[in-house]
Design a protein around this ligand. Sequence first.
Ligand SMILES: *[C@@H]1O[C@H](CO)[C@@H](O)[C@H](O)[C@H]1NC(C)=O
Ligand SMILES: *[C@@H]1O[C@H](CO)[C@@H](O)[C@H](O)[C@H]1NC(C)=O
Length: 375
Amino acid sequence: MINRRAWKPSSSSSLDSLLAPSSSCGSSSVSSLSLAGRFKSSQHLFQIIVSLAIGGSLLFIILCQQPKGYVVSTTDPKGHTNNSNKKAAICAIQKGGLRYLDEWVQYHLLALGFEDIFLYDNSEDFELQAWHQSLANFSPSKLQQRTHIRHFPGPKRQNEAYTSCVKQIQKTRSHAWVAFIDIDEFVVLRDTQRYPYISDFLESLPPEYGGLAMNWVAFFLNHQMHYQDLPVTMRFQNRSEHATSQHIKTIARTHLVRKVKNPHFVDYLLFRWWMHTYDTDGNIVAGPFNPELVVDQIAVYHYQSKSLEEYKERCSRGRADVSKEEWSSQLACKSDERLLKDLGKFPELIKDDVPWQLLKERVPGYASKYTNSTI
Ligand SMILES: *[C@@H]1O[C@H](CO)[C@@H](O)[C@H](O)[C@H]1NC(C)=O
Ligand SMILES: *[C@@H]1O[C@H](CO)[C@@H](O)[C@H](O)[C@H]1NC(C)=O
């Protein structure tokens, strides 16, 4: 049974409790209706107060339901402050990418300073399980503890995985920032003297940045026909002069994200309609493209085809995100001749191996195994 009680004027409330700035989310505004008792003569005033009360309550509800920024912070015995206010995570989904994961994970966790990676596994047989076990070998860097895997099979589940991932991070308030990238994409910071790690850079962004748009820099074949068991950033060191693409990827403030409906951008909370994704030049980027091509402070290096052999594997393999790669999985089924023509359209003569240099400098334990190899 629903307990319906008529609102009765009570004697113990005041308009002040409605108008005074209040730090609590409990709404005392309804009780201001009692004022009507004191102004029985004025029907008009009563209406104004009712409107005020309703408007005030709505405002309280809207403001109180806003998730706050993440300010949880702890200090460990050595005096390190673990401030989730600063931390950044990656949400990603993969299928059939086992041989690329070590490099990608070490780069983003150890060279760039992302705190954790949430990796959704779209394979049928949860292929990441055994790989995740193998990360225990890197115990000092806690790679295993900082990589979280989840089995997530089924077609076209990328956006769902991203949304589920960001909701989970929101629940634990563990990371202030979240990046949505693929395992063939490497985030590149241009000025690592000024901003050594990703969190240093993100912290420098203005508060009105709900998220940051990063343009793609695309790498193609580099004349390579076959897969080699070497780091991708080492194998593909050249790009063309037209490599910067309008496509963007996004790093967003976790608590503002409502939903991810597209792998390239996020939707912000309805009550934060003034929040936008910006590039580092201050342009608002709404949607998957930024025609301004801003890559002078941060970029996403996208190893789009890798070798011809690897590119052709897309033809048989379903992709986690069909919409984005539809064109390419169709193209991947074309003849070698056609592929070489399309993917090799622009000569790749500009050496640009920033991620590989950073791996060598910051993760020598991984990179030095390969420095004497030839491509
Ligand atoms: C802070 O972070 C470091 C490294 O991530 C970790 O070793 C330490 O236990 C953390 N301390 C606290 C108090 O959470
Ligand atoms: C990469 O570019 C350099 C010039 O910067 C060129 O000498 C080299 O042949 C190129 N390598 C490939 C694989 O295209």
